[in-house]
Design a protein around this ligand. Structure first.
Ligand code: MCA
Ligand code: AMP
Length: 494
């Protein structure tokens, strides 16, 4: 089995990771992650407190070197979400940046701080050790392709998030297919500001450059100035969710430096949700560059993309990636053969890029597949030349806000626990910035004293996650229900 990160084994002296003023070359990362790997080797499973920092990247690489499955945890997870993830994944220890005060759900675990990563640019000796560890440990033996690499939690329509178990071969399959589609090389320098507890920011945005032997500069948090600075000083690629490109499109008219920076980029890639054609057009008009879209999912990693050497067509997610089987299936379960730009069907996929299972959820895993094909729940049409256009999704109870997938049911359950709430329904409404905005429809327990929108948002953020909080709260006397008592969500917006 060839190594996951050849440039680490080769101890390349090129930059690998940059977070703020902290930088590691591939050789330094080999030492840093190698010594941390020695400390965690043999653990059954670990968690990484996934702040957007160098320590998170080192922690995840260490786990991959050691062959220990790793659960990246959103550091903004609320109490209930965190308790669920910890109970469900049962990590033996948690890797974190030093100085972090962990919440109670994680504080009980053994803790390994990623300490001693020096600022190489400032001239320090490159050394990084896990607390309590010693000695370099690279090369590590490669691990079986089917062995679990990462467990990434993802929301469904109801219930708590499920842990998608991603094997090593899914990582290599998807990253190597993107190498092919994007002509991604060791010379590429990626810039992004995506969170590191999801596939987009962590697997594509950190492990991708490392597998290619190239580098990533992470901005810590998204801002236009950081994008401009990095793309003007050597970065070649930008990854973002549509909200980020929307903000770029908004800023472009008054920001010639941004326009110049973007026009010099080799590749601008958007994903996690649909990038509106209006934003595509505004960016193309101001920069002469077309954003290309790729389509993926936590469970499947990447399925399709516009190719770097293909026609960048706004409103499409391109063609199936190398090794990905993709079919459209109609409501009766029949495969749609047409490439006619109009027949709509559910996207189903198969290939080495897929997850193996939902952790502890054989029922959900079984329900997700049909004849070995994974049902994405995304509805699409295909152009005559094979370009896929996503036109919607099967479940109305899934909301994509800022590129995050959010289940309405999970938020409703938490809202119903608030003493001021008698009934609750959650929907997504179109939002120019976020794509969709979470709206909570509330029947208050006491009409004369309804809980404020802010109180409800704080309640959801404290239990689940900040990005799951309702951005709008609407108060009703009763929720519209059908004869069976089921809430009729479509009637809410009418
Ligand atoms: C506000 N904040 C709060 C509250 N209100 N915190 C606690 N309680 C509250 N009531 C805080 C937030 O924590 C945050 O803090 C700040 O206020 C603003 O947060 P927010 O409003 O959420 O920011 P935003 O403007 O909505 O963020 C937009 C964003 C973000 C930056 C684009 O949505 C984002 O990072 N999206 C990326 C999603 C992603 O990576 N998805 C990939 C999954 P502070 O100011 O300190 O930050 S999909 C995937 O992986 C598949 C495979 C795929 O295809 O890619
Ligand atoms: P997640 O489960 O968070 O990984 O989100 C996966 C979902 O994001 C997919 O099922 C799609 O609905 C959506 N998605 C990802 N990329 C795109 C894209 N380029 N265009 C439209 N939807 C996308």
């Amino acid at each position: 089995m060839s190594p996951l990160f050849p440039a680490l084994v080769a101890r390349a002296e090129r930059p690998a990771l940059r977070f703020g003023d902290r930088t590691l070359t591939h050789a330094e990362l080999a030492d840093a992650a190698g010594s941390l790997a020695a400390r965690i080797a043999g653990a059954r499973r670990i968690a990484v407190w996934a702040t957007p920092t160098l320590g998170t990247a080192v922690g995840v690489v260490a786990a991959l070197l050691a062959g220990v499955p790793v659960v990246p945890v959103n550091p903004r997870s609320g109490e209930r979400e965190l308790a669920h993830i910890v109970a469900d994944s049962a990590p033996e220890l948690v890797v974190t940046e030093p100085g972090v005060v962990l919440p109670p759900a994680l504080a009980a675990l053994d803790r390994v701080d990623v300490v001693g990563i020096v600022d190489v640019e400032a001239g320090g000796a490159p050394a990084a050790v896990a607390s309590g560890a010693s000695g370099p440990s690279v090369p590590f033996p490669e691990h079986a392709p089917e062995s679990p690499a990462l467990i990434v939690y993802t929301s469904g329509t109801t219930g708590p998030p499920k842990g998608a178990v991603l094997p090593r071969r899914a990582l290599t399959a998807t990253l190597d297919a993107l190498e092919d589609a994007w002509r991604w090389t060791a010379d590429d320098v990626l810039v992004h500001a995506l969170p590191l507890f999801h596939v987009h920011g962590l697997i594509l945005g950190v492990l991708g450059p490392l597998r290619r032997g190239g580098s990533v500069r992470h901005l810590g948090r998204f801002d236009i100035e950081g994008v401009t600075r990095e793309l003007s000083s050597g970065a070649t690629m930008l990854f973002g969710v549509p909200t980020m490109y929307h903000r770029i499109a908004e800023a472009l008219p008054g920001d010639p430096a941004l326009a110049e920076a973007l026009s010099g980029a080799r590749l601008l890639v958007s994903g996690s949700a649909a990038l509106p054609v209006h934003d595509h057009r505004r960016i193309a008009a101001a920069t002469g560059r077309r954003v290309i879209e790729r389509y993926g999912m936590t469970e499947t990693l990447m399925n399709t993309s516009v190719r770097a050497d293909g026609e960048p067509r706004a409103g499409t997610v391109g063609v199936p990636l190398r090794g990905v089987g993709l079919r459209l299936v109609d409501e009766s379960g029949d495969t749609i053969e047409a490439y006619d730009g109009e027949t709509v069907g559910e996207i189903q996929v198969r290939g080495a890029n897929l997850f193996t299972e939902y952790l502890n959820r054989p029922d959900a895993t079984e329900a997700a597949f049909t004849d070995g094909w994974f049902r994405t729940g995304d509805m699409a049409i295909r152009d005559p030349d094979g370009y896929v256009r996503i036109v919607g999704r099967k479940a109305t109870d899934l909301i994509k806000s800022g590129g995050y997938k959010i289940g309405a049911g999970e938020i409703e359950n938490v809202l119903l626990e608030h003493p001021g709430v008698r009934e609750a329904a959650v929907t997504g409404e179109p939002d120019a910035d976020l794509g969709e905005r979470i709206v909570a429809w509330i029947v208050p327990a006491r009409v004369e004293a309804p809980p404020s929108a802010e109180e409800l948002a704080d309640h959801v953020a404290a239990q689940l996650a900040a990005h799951k909080r309702p951005r709008t709260v609407r108060y009703l006397d009763a929720l519209p229900r059908n004869d069976m008592g089921k809430i009729m969500k479509r009637a809410l917006h009418g």
